[in-house]
Design a protein around this ligand. Structure first.
Ligand code: NAP
Length: 259
């Protein structure tokens, strides 16, 4: 399918690996030039070069922590007038409700709510002035159905979702759409570290922990970063111009709800 976005420019935050990389690759396949980001420069440059080689698009890299003010300034300076923004950052650590104090919540809010809001605040005015833009925030299934050990994520991402619900309606008339993409379990490093948590807590092997978690998904497996990226690219396409303020759940059917 022609997504109608060839030649556009996208900032994809936290994209050297995992879901962000899946989004960067799918946008590149659609002919979109990229600004990619992660903290680790080596993996970031390797992923960027693989994308240049495979898809022939222009890729700039900015190796900084997006959750810091300095990191955001560096990314925004490189991004300039991007047409597409994919917000992403690492997720907060798991734990018990009684573990977390104010500093833990501030860190989670910074990473998974205030950072995407800062990027939207900086980049939406240009998109609105030019009459076209797409924002996709990578959030989590935990907004729809809480993951009890991820209380920090449940909280911060719910806050971002509330912000997007209202803001998306305020900017839609300028040709700019904002939507959230909610991953369920996907085969990434993050999933491996959560498998390790289950393995440790239950005294079972990593294979058993993974099989146990995969068995909760009607599809019977974890999602892939290619499937996730393709959905993100569609949400950034010309065809998705009527999709506003939505929370698109990609979880292989794991969340047992009618709507
Ligand atoms: P991942 O495989 O661990 O990849 C994370 C990517 O983000 C890496 O490229 C990492 O590179 C980069 N990154 C992390 N923190 C960053 C920061 N502060 N600044 C810049 N780059 C940063 O994670 P993932 O599975 O793709 O998950 C992405 C997001 O989706 C996370 O917020 C996660 O909680 C959420 N999520 C994932 C799943 C899942 O099953 N995978 C499910 C629900 C929600 P560096 O480490 O080099 O910075």
């Amino acid at each position: 399918m022609d997504l109608g976005i060839k030649g556009k420019r996208a900032l994809v935050c936290a994209s050297s690996k995992g879901l962000g990389l899946g989004c960067a690759r799918a946008l590149a396949e659609a002919g979109v030039n990229l600004v990619m980001n992660a903290r680790g420069a080596e993996a970031l440059e390797a992923s960027a070069q693989a994308i240049r080689d495979e898809f022939g698009v222009d890729v700039q890299t900015v190796a900084v922590d997006v959750t810091t003010a300095e990191g955001q300034a560096a990314v925004l300076a490189a991004a300039g007038d991007v047409d597409i923004l994919v917000n992403n950052a690492g997720g907060p650590p798991p734990g018990m409700w009684s573990d977390w104090d104010r500093d833990d919540f501030i860190a989670a809010l910074d990473a998974n709510m205030l950072t995407p809001i800062a990027f939207m605040k900086a980049l939406l005015p240009g998109m609105m002035e030019r009459g076209w833009g797409r924002v996709v925030n990578i959030t989590s299934v935990s907004v729809k159905a809480p993951v009890p050990v991820l209380g920090l994520s449940n909280s911060a991402r719910a806050g971002l979702t509330g912000y997007v619900a209202g803001t998306s309606r305020q900017v839609a008339g300028s040709g700019v759409t904002i939507n959230n993409l909610q991953p369920g379990l996907h085969a990434t490093d993050r999933a491996v570290s959560l498998d390790a948590g289950v393995s440790k807590a239950q005294g079972i092997s990593m294979e058993e922990a993974k099989a146990q978690r995969a068995a909760t998904i009607p599809v019977g497996r974890y999602g892939t970063i290619d499937e996730f990226g393709a959905t993100c690219a569609f949400m950034c396409s010309q065809n998705a111009g009527f999709m506003v303020g939505q929370n698109v759940l990609l979880d292989g059917g794991a969340t047992n709800t009618t709507m």
